[in-house]
Design a protein. Structure first.
Ligand SMILES: Nc1ncnc2c1ncn2[C@@H]1O[C@H](COP(=O)(O)OP(=O)(O)O)[C@@H](O)[C@H]1O
Ligand SMILES: [Mg+2]
Length: 321
């Protein structure tokens, strides 16, 4: 679907931002680029829709060189979501979402229909939201609009550059969940930049770890955790392993035969959920079921989480992270 062949980017000062990248992203794949600040993630992403011109090598989309596409055809068929919420402030939500469909000369009724459909898809009631201005929405709601705007003209590819990092943790978790759910329906090719391993592990079908403009490792979340290729990747995963932001559900999961859970069967989390999500659910129920691949694999209780947190904070001497 998207192929990088020996792609290098040098900026004017001859500094190499991206070095001889070879990479193939599959159709319908949720592909996450991750690495420390300055490692070249944004550069790599922006070369795909020619917002940045590559210095050497070739990028192909569906076999055709990106340089052979008409620039409008290319851009309009690739959705793009930025980290900073970048809605046009003077335009209504409907007008914001309609930008690319307008450029593509869709009919008015077709555009209105599409806007309704998209707002509903992300839980924003069209009658309530479509005529509002961006500043009348919360940060999380605005970024939701940012995501559906990128989907508006039904592009094959969507590029997202740290789209949720400016949001508070709760909105962020919610938008991650929504994006995962959305992807089950739309099955787009998604390239998602993140600097947060927790986010990458949660969202990615495959994760590409970068450092100093080069690829260090590509693999499924499972492969990255189980077989990090070197200390850099190990540490990148490991930093989080000891932080309370990323934690392993295995540390707190208990067998399912628990009478409390039997009474509260409907409260379920996924084994991929963050600690935050789990804490929110445990605020209402003492005990929640853990689901993995459609099966309930165990339970998590308030007591086990508290024990985990207490132990964790004792070990590290604090509770931040
Ligand atoms: N327009 C530019 N001119 C010169 N250097 C740049 C430019 N944009 C990015 N760089 C440099 O290229 C490297 C990669 O940047 P970037 O792709 O933004 O990294 P990331 O998104 O991983 O933080 C960094 O060293 C950065 O300073
Ligand atoms: Mg960046």
């Amino acid at each position: 679907m998207i192929a990088f062949e020996n792609v290098t980017k040098k900026y004017v000062n001859d500094q190499v931002a991206v070095k001889a990248i070879n990479l193939e992203i599959n159709k319908g794949e949720f592909f996450v680029l991750i690495g420390p600040s300055g490692c070249g993630k944004t550069t790599l992403l922006k070369m795909i829709n020619r917002l940045i011109h590559l210095t050497e090598g070739t990028i192909r989309i569906n076999g055709k060189r990106i340089s052979d596409y008409n620039i409008h055809e290319l851009r309009w068929n690739i959705g793009y979501v930025l980290q900073q919420i970048a809605l046009f402030p003077h335009m209504t939500i409907e007008e914001n979402i309609a930008v690319v469909p307008e450029l593509k000369k869709w009919s008015k009724p077709q555009i209105q229909q599409r806007v309704r459909e998209l707002l509903e898809m992300v839980g924003l009631e069209p009658d309530k939201y479509s005529q509002r201005k961006p500043k009348e929405l919360s940060g999380g709601e605005q970024q939701r609009v940012g995501v559906v705007r990128a989907l508006a003209a039904d592009p094959e590819i969507i590029l997202l550059d740290e789209p949720f990092s400016a949001l508070d943790p709760i909105s962020r978790t919610k938008l991650q969940d929504d994006l995962l759910e959305l992807q089950q329906t739309i099955q787009k090719t998604i390239v998602f930049v993140s600097h947060d391993m927790q986010e990458a592990l949660k969202l990615g079908d495959r994760i590409c770890v970068m450092k100093d403009g080069e690829i260090v490792q590509i693999g499924t979340p499972h492969e990255i955790i189980q077989n990090p290729v070197n200390d850099f990747v190990r540490e990148f995963v490991g930093i989080k392993e000891y932080g309370i932001n990323t934690f392993h559900i295995q540390a707190v999961i208990e067998p399912i035969a628990d009478e409390v859970y039997q009474r509260n069967r409907e409260n379920i989390i996924s084994s991929k959920d963050s600690l935050n999500t789990i804490l929110q659910k445990l605020a209402y129920d003492e005990c929640i079921g853990v689901e993995e691949n459609g099966e309930i694999i165990g339970i998590v209780t308030r007591a086990s989480i508290l024990q985990y947190l207490a132990h964790d904070s004792l070990e590290r001497g604090n509770l931040n992270g």
